[in-house]
Design a protein around this ligand. Structure first.
Ligand code: ABN
Length: 177
């Protein structure tokens, strides 16, 4: 009967090995190792997305019909570039407001700060396209020269507001030299 004892002992040990804590830990380890092989894809994807987003951001800063275009840092209104005009000239049939407001925008192209003159284009009903509102260095109405949230066509013959242009009129002083 000794052979039978040995047989059952072997079988019992085998089952015990298969179900022991150590083998459970081994199995979990194997699962984690397997998952680790599959999951590293995620961080790479995120990095790729960041790079893509940064690229998209840069493209927008160069796109004169996008609110992120660098000269629009203190604009409030419809972009004339979406309304038949250019970044600095009013669409045909409209005229620039007699009064303008100014902003200081940083150019990512040459790294300098530019004085931007914003003017509303007047005489035709609101364009309604590409509404943007950016307020870098913008100030409330008691600082009228740097206030954008007002219809600047009010000084024109026709006070109808159509869209807004942004002309770079100078380089901001650095205060050095
Ligand atoms: N300066 C743009 C604008 C026009 C009308 C109303 C609000 C803002």
């Amino acid at each position: 009967m000794r052979w039978l004892d040995e047989y059952f002992e072997r079988q019992t040990r085998h089952v015990a090995q298969q179900t022991s804590r150590r083998s459970a830990v081994t199995r979990i380890g194997q699962l984690l190792a397997g998952a680790a092989l599959a999951l590293p894809i995620l961080p790479f994807d995120r990095i790729a997305n960041h790079a893509h987003a940064a690229g998209a951001g840069k493209q927008k800063r160069d796109d004169e019909t996008a609110c992120d275009y660098w000269r629009y840092c203190a604009i409030d209104g419809f972009l004339c570039t979406c309304c038949g005009g250019t970044v600095s000239s009013c669409p045909p049939g409209t005229e620039a407001s007699k009064v303008v407001w100014i902003g200081t925008c940083h150019s990512h192209v040459d790294g300098r700060d530019y004085l931007i003159s914003y003017a509303d284009c007047c005489g035709v009903t609101s364009c309604g396209r590409c509404l943007c509102n950016a307020n870098v260095s913008e100030r409330p109405g008691y600082r009228m020269g740097v206030h954008n949230d007002i219809n600047w066509c009010m000084g024109n013959k026709s006070t109808m507001y159509h869209c807004t242009v942004a002309a770079a009129v100078g380089i901001a002083e650095t205060g050095k030299g």
